[in-house]
Design a protein around this ligand. Structure first.
Ligand code: LLP
Length: 463
């Protein structure tokens, strides 16, 4: 197809339709280090490279779409969290963001623990050889089979989420002749400034036991009475993709308040406090996330100050970052299939993936960036909507962005910051085959999760 067969559509800020884009970037070929993994660059020919491998070679090796993960970047971020919190705290990587056996091994090597929230995640961690006492098991409705497996394996902690679960875990632990270390997850009543679906500390929702009206204190009372449970602390997770630390401040204040009440009522000082995950990352150049050392300093100061004023020993702190570690490490590489200019509106760029590999745009109205990856271009910016190949008009990957006006079928484009909650929330909608995850490091690309095949799909179809 000739370039002129798909005219560029609207190009200038004064004729742009409504949307939430900023003005076109000055240099469309530039890769803002805020949103791209550490080793991402362009080579002398203008091709995007990561870990020393260029995307044209990657596409030839593993096909598209593909999640391309910068292993060095993952390790560096994991290490930065570990170092920032030091030896008096624990960092549990939240596996729900993205989990595979390779990831478990990297975490192990970098000294992090792991938070799992399902039997499947637990099985992945155990099969990669992670010591069970470094695993925390979460979830608002763990099945008896999952609880049994976790207790039998000897997980380091189970985070109790309801009154029924206190009894359920105690019962299974007793049956297995174990004393299980547990935390109680409380909802502290904070309205985190994030999307409604990923805010978790206001009271009207399914997670945790409310601090308000004494329910959490009652949960502590019950847990302390059960011999097969060892209550080691209180857990709070206020939500996800949060930039503002004030929510954590309120949460820490209220959790320490509960620790104080527990001390006053039972004479017990619970030794741990878990403040969950939720720290935001940059999806676009407009986002300004905090560095792990700033977060560690802020959280440690808040807890220490609150404990001093409550005359409590400062408990051991743990945190559970998921997105902040894996999110920025990965970009999704797509091949452009069609380019459709709608006069006076925008240009629709269809890629070979979509909502099956990134549901976040449709589900949370998430914003992403995008760049032409297989080459550079000096063409003018054109306003695009990057869409997938699914039978649904909400199948949007990047809602509003600018790409060069000479974009053509066969070009590779890359969407950065897709490491968290994209592969882990991927689906087979329209019988799409879920893309592989390719880890790149020191000039080598290694598939750590392979692409699904039609055989994989048909294997489940036993009718
Ligand atoms: N700890 C607990 C108890 C959690 O529920 C979560 C996330 C985390 C830690 C990790 O949060 P992170 O640091 O990754 O923000 N699917 C949504 C996010 C759901 C988060 C669920 N819980 C998304 O794509 O934005």
């Amino acid at each position: 197809m000739s370039r002129s067969a798909h005219p560029a559509g609207p190009r200038h800020a004064d004729v742009l339709p409504e949307g939430h884009y900023a003005a076109p970037p000055v240099d469309l070929n530039a890769l803002d280090p805020k949103v791209w993994a550490q080793t991402v660059d362009r080579d002398a020919d203008g091709v995007v490279t990561v870990g020393g491998v260029d995307v044209n070679a990657l596409a030839a090796q593993v096909g598209t779409p593909a999640y391309v993960l910068d292993e060095e970047d993952f390790r560096a971020r994991a290490r930065a969290w570990r170092t920032a919190f030091g030896h008096d705290a624990d960092v549990f990587y939240a596996g729900k963001a993205f989990l595979s056996r390779a990831v478990v091994r990297w975490l192990d090597e970098e000294g992090l623990n792991l938070d799992v929230c399902s039997g499947g995640e637990l099985a992945t961690a155990l099969s990669a050889g992670l010591a069970a006492d470094r695993i925390a098991f979460h979830g608002n409705n763990k099945t008896p089979a999952e609880i049994r497996r976790a207790v039998e394996a000897g997980v380091g902690r189970i985070v109790l989420d309801s009154f029924q679960e206190i009894v359920r875990v105690a019962h299974l632990a007793r049956e297995l002749g174990r004393r299980q270390r547990v935390q109680i997850r409380v909802t502290v009543g904070v309205e985190a400034h994030t999307h409604e679906f990923i805010a978790t500390a206001h009271e009207d929702q399914k997670f945790g036991i409310p601090l308000a009206d004494g329910q959490a204190a009652e949960a502590v009372r019950r847990a302390l009475q059960l011999d097969s449970l060892e209550l080691i602390g209180i857990h709070s997770h206020i939500g996800s993709q949060i930039f503002d630390m004030s929510g954590f401040e309120v949460a820490a204040h209220r959790v320490v308040g509960l620790l104080k009440d527990v001390r006053d009522e039972h004479g017990v000082e619970l030794p741990e406090i878990d403040l969950g995950g939720g720290l935001g990352i940059a999806y676009t150049s407009g986002d300004d996330p905090r560095e792990p050392h700033e977060i560690a300093k802020a959280l440690t100061e808040i807890v220490t100050r609150e404990c001093e004023s409550a005359k409590l020993r400062t408990p051991r702190i743990s945190v559970e970052p998921g997105r902040a570690i894996v999110g920025p490490t990965t970009f999704t590489l797509y091949e452009v299939g069609t380019v459709k200019a709608l006069e006076g509106l925008r240009t629709y760029v269809s890629v070979d993936g979509g909502m099956s590999d990134n549901i976040r745009t449709a589900l949370y109205d998430a914003e992403y960036s995008v760049a032409l990856a297989s080459r550079t271009s000096d063409a003018e910016p054109m306003l695009v909507r990057v869409v997938g190949k699914h039978c649904e008009s909400g199948d949007i990957v990047v809602k509003d962005a600018f790409l060069p006006a000479d974009l053509a079928p066969g070009d590779l484009i890359a969407v950065p910051a897709t490491g968290a909650y994209c592969r882990s929330m991927a689906s087979n909608y329209n019988h799409a085959l879920r893309p592989p995850v390719v880890a790149v490091r020191d000039g080598e690309a290694r598939v750590i999760v392979r692409r699904e095949s039609e055989e994989d799909l048909l294997r489940l179809d036993v009718g």
